[in-house]
Design a binder for this molecule. Structure first.
Ligand code: ADP
Ligand code: MG
Ligand code: ZN
Length: 479
């Protein structure tokens, strides 16, 4: 392994979230009963004409902006010819000569904390094929054309990735971005987001890349990592044994964790690409671009940066930026709390814990944000212990009680020694001069600190235990 360098480039197919198909008005809803959403256009009947779906172009342009691509003012469609039962026209309409955009990049965070910039070669628009069904026990095969003609973008990366981990980081980031933008639902099980991994190895330090094998349509992050790792080992073993890697298309068998040769790698000229004669080129792109840039959200990387500015650790930044709604909600919450890290702990454990447990969305979260903020602040400032606050949180969820009521009721903190000690510690740190004099022998100053704690707790601290706790807090400072 250590004598070789791994080179990976990814091609991702992402299904665009449009209501209708790429070139006809059929619903782009392929989960339905087979062949419910078909028409002469997407079934490739002679004499029919395609019309470009405007919204698909707008969504592609959103992806273009997120990946910093250069948009071509003038792009065009081409026919890619091949025969397959799920492709009734005998060709796929795609963009070959001039894609909608090129030359972008995506920045990923590596495990060691560094950022890495991965080049995006191009994004082009195309239509999906149908789906062959080979049902167990039946002698014949079936074809479902619901997916035929559904709009896709293909995002092609430069061969910039150097390990399975980097490839997975890239895919996760890309999927997140497309979801944030409402460009693609990112559902890998249903194939709305799928990946071809191109893998090669070369002697470390070599100036030229090795021959690549392409592993087709891998549909989970775990499988992508496994497929790449398998390929790397296979290719190195092959080279070490004096063999040669051949350029070919392979399939990943997820049950056995191996890749197998599917066919020799076709070249562009095999497809006999030619300009699609039934479609005009895409012009006036700036009008669509203006539309694409509306409601452009903060992207995961921007959110991570914002969270880091708030002083949150990388882990928190990662968790909170994984979902657009959570991120936005958290940024609102943070404006109402004194300590962002305290808020982050509460959201990651309590709020997300509750949502996961109850299988609810943030929209269904029953506690108003201001109420939660009140509770977080109270716990953070030691007006109530964290344990007690979590108890209150449970009652707010279950009984719909208000935080202010729970906090006020009978001076929640009177007997709560943990909470009192927290306040004592805070107060001890807050008055360094008095603390110094106390530590220097002026023991009478305990009364001063006790007074401060009383003020802070609005007189609700239990006076029987307070002096002892205050002394304890002051003595801790001696260490
Ligand atoms: P094709 O459609 O023939 O697979 P594309 O140009 O669409 O060709 O995609 C090629 C992909 O393969 C790109 O993601 C590119 O980064 C990657 N790639 C090219 N050369 C290598 C290589 N030697 N090793 C690994 N990946 C490569
Ligand atoms: Mg390819
Ligand atoms: Zn149709």
């Amino acid at each position: 392994m250590k004598d070789y360098e791994v080179v990976i480039g990814l091609e991702v197919h992402a299904q665009l979230r449009t209501a209708t198909k790429m070139f006809c008005t059929c619903k782009a809803d392929y989960g339905d009963l087979p062949n419910r959403h078909t028409c002469p256009v997407c079934l490739g009947m002679p004499g029919t004409l395609p019309v470009v779906n405007r919204q698909a172009v707008v969504l592609a342009l959103r992806a273009a902006r997120a990946l910093d691509c250069k948009v071509n003012p003038h792009s065009c469609f081409d026919r890619k010819n091949y025969f397959y039962p799920d492709l009734p026209k005998g060709y796929q309409i795609t963009q070959f000569r001039k894609p909608i955009c090129e030359h972008g990049h995506l920045t990923i965070a590596l495990a060691n904390g560094d950022d890495k910039r991965v080049g995006i070669t191009r994004i082009h628009m195309e239509e999906d094929a149908g789906k062959d069904l080979h049902l167990e026990g039946l002698p014949e095969s079936f074809v479902d054309f619901n997916r035929c003609g559904v709009p896709l973008i293909e995002i092609v990366s430069e061969p910039d990735l150097r390990s399975a981990d980097e490839a997975v980081a890239y895919l996760k980031e890309l999927r997140n971005i497309l979801r944030f933008l409402d460009v693609c639902d990112g559902n890998m099980d249903e194939g709305s987001f799928r990946c071809d991994a191109n893998v090669s190895v070369m002697p470390r330090g070599s100036a030229t890349y090795g021959t690549r094998a392409e592993v087709k349509n891998v549909n989970s992050f775990r499988f992508v990592a496994k497929a790449i790792e398998y390929e790397v080992k296979r290719q190195i073993d092959l080279l070490e044994a004096g063999g040669k890697v051949v350029q070919e298309t392979r399939l990943f068998d997820s049950r056995e964790g191996v890749t197998r040769s599917m066919r020799g790698k076709e070249e562009a000229h095999d497809y006999r690409y030619f300009p699609e004669p039934d479609l005009l080129d895409l012009t006036d792109i700036d009008v669509l671009q203006a539309e694409a840039h509306q409601d452009f959200p903060l992207l995961p990387a921007q959110l991570r940066a914002r969270f880091r500015e708030l002083g949150l650790p990388p882990y928190d930044a990662e968790v909170l930026s994984a979902d657009k709604d959570i991120a936005r909600w958290f940024l609102d919450l943070v404006t109402q709390v004194k300590n962002p890290k305290a808020a982050s702990n509460w959201v990651m454990t309590e709020v997300l814990g509750y949502l996961n447990r109850e299988k609810k969305t943030l929209g269904e979260f029953p506690v108003p944000q201001a109420e939660l903020a009140l509770l977080i602040n109270a716990a953070d400032q030691g007006r109530v212990s964290v344990t007690r606050a979590k108890e209150f949180f449970g009652r707010m969820l279950a009984e719909g009680l208000a935080a202010s009521k729970l906090l006020d009721e009978g001076g929640a903190q009177v007997d709560d020694q943990d909470a009192l000690l927290t306040v004592c510690r805070a107060v001890a740190s807050e008055f360094p001069d008095e603390l110094g004099r106390y530590l220097g022998g002026k023991e009478g100053l305990v009364a001063f600190f006790v007074g401060q704690v009383m003020k802070r707790t609005q007189g609700k601290a239990n006076p029987r235990v307070l002096p002892t706790l205050m002394k304890q807090a002051l003595e801790e400072k001696r260490a």
